[in-house]
Design a protein around this ligand. Structure first.
Ligand SMILES: [Zn+2]
Length: 386
């Protein structure tokens, strides 16, 4: 039996139209549509041709249903500018990451989600403590307040955050790598059955990666599980949240001199592990620089190459503690990534795509603590520290 939705998922993962895949597999577009709609079942040779054209193992197509990931529930940054193909590739890698999460979750105890709930924000908004977006003082203030609430709940005080990915993972967020087949997408997040997911583009600078991770946390905390608002307002809120989380106002105000110079920014960005431009913007946001000074910083930083990159930065890209420990534990018991891929009915390359850049490959790891209850199902608890 072929699961029709898996045909669609695999095709979208490769960014192909029905017409193009039909050409590659030597079928008519109508015939392929019939397979995808479940109106017809592909013969073994047709299925082989499709599997080969899509570079998916044939077993992928006969496995169980894969739940949809509706675009409304995903925090795409510039949805209107994305092509259908970019959107499909990103969404389908999100769907595949859920499968990997389920596989890992069935074998290892991972931290449960510990994010301030939307209801607590709604209550604060109803009490007038957090303005609604669009209200006087809304948007910016609510994002600042939300970042403070997250810091309080997680016991972070106002200290700089050492590692954003580890922080997310310690609080139950599952972090995966965004497919390298959609480099245009920065990052996105979604909730799935009570589990928050963040997919990161792992090929950007370390500073940008941290900001993206904080930005997506902003969406998860501020915006809905059912429907994430898309558009400039929601993006501005998530951005303000990220800046406030990474560069808390109390710390910046205590640390920054009056009229900070561009050179000061280049030194101080290391304290918060942020991009120079992000710090310049934050200084202005907190009224530590005038409009004119902010523009001067932007021009000078742009001239020095800080608009698109972080020249001379030695900040390493953040990796995943959860995935590192999981794959080290699997290796210790003789389970190779290829075995995991086979269980998920993926090619090893597609499994690798979900964790690329998040794992230090040559990592050495011991066996996880298996507990004392020999009769209990073996589901070692991963200790994740931030
Ligand atoms: Zn966003």
């Amino acid at each position: 039996m072929t699961t029709a939705s898996r045909l669609v998922l695999a095709r979208r993962r490769r960014g192909l139209t029905v017409t193009r895949l039909a050409q590659l597999a030597g079928l008519t577009a109508r015939r392929l549509s019939d397979f995808e709609n479940g109106r017809a079942i592909p013969s073994p040779p047709s299925l082989s041709a499709i599997a080969e054209a899509l570079e998916f193992p044939e077993s992928f197509f006969s496995a169980g249903e894969v739940a949809d990931l509706p675009v409304e529930t995903v925090s795409f940054r510039a949805l209107s500018k994305m092509t259908a193909s970019q959107r499909d590739v990103a969404l389908s890698s999100g769907r595949l990451s859920r499968g990997l999460q389920d596989w890992i979750g069935a074998r290892f105890g991972l931290p449960a989600a510990d994010l301030p709930s939307l209801t607590s924000f709604s209550r604060l908004r109803e009490d007038g403590q957090i303005p609604y977006p669009g209200e006087a003082g809304g948007g910016d203030n609510s994002a600042e307040r939300a970042a403070e609430l997250v810091r309080t709940r997680w016991g972070l005080g106002v200290a700089p955050i050492a590692n954003m990915v580890h922080l997310l993972e310690a609080h139950g967020v599952r972090v995966f790598s965004l497919s390298r087949d959609c480099p245009e997408v920065d990052a996105f997040s979604f909730w799935d059955r009570g589990i928050p997911f963040v997919l990161l583009n792992t090929e950007k600078t370390a500073e940008r990666g941290r900001f993206d991770a904080a930005h997506e946390l902003g969406h998860l905390v501020l915006h809905g599980e059912e429907q994430i608002p898309h558009g400039p307002q929601a993006e501005a809120e998530a951005h303000r949240f990220a800046a406030a989380l990474l560069m808390p106002s109390a710390d910046v105000l205590a640390y920054a001199p009056r009229n900070p110079s561009t050179n000061w920014i280049l030194q101080a960005k290391r304290r918060w592990k942020v991009a120079a431009m992000a710090l310049a913007h934050r200084l202005h946001e907190l009224n530590l620089t005038t409009e004119w000074q902010y523009r001067t910083h932007c021009v000078e930083l742009g001239r020095l190459g800080y608009r698109k990159a972080e020249p001379e930065s030695r900040l390493p890209r953040e990796t995943s503690q959860v995935l590192g420990k999981v794959f080290a534990a699997l290796r210790a018991e003789g389970t190779r990534p290829a075995d995991v891929a086979r269980d998920l009915h993926l090619r090893p390359a597609d499994l690798n795509d979900l964790i690329f850049g998040l794992i230090v490959t040559a990592q050495d790891g011991g066996r996880p603590d298996q507990g004392q209850h020999a009769t209990a199902p073996r589901r070692p608890q991963l200790s994740v520290v931030r």
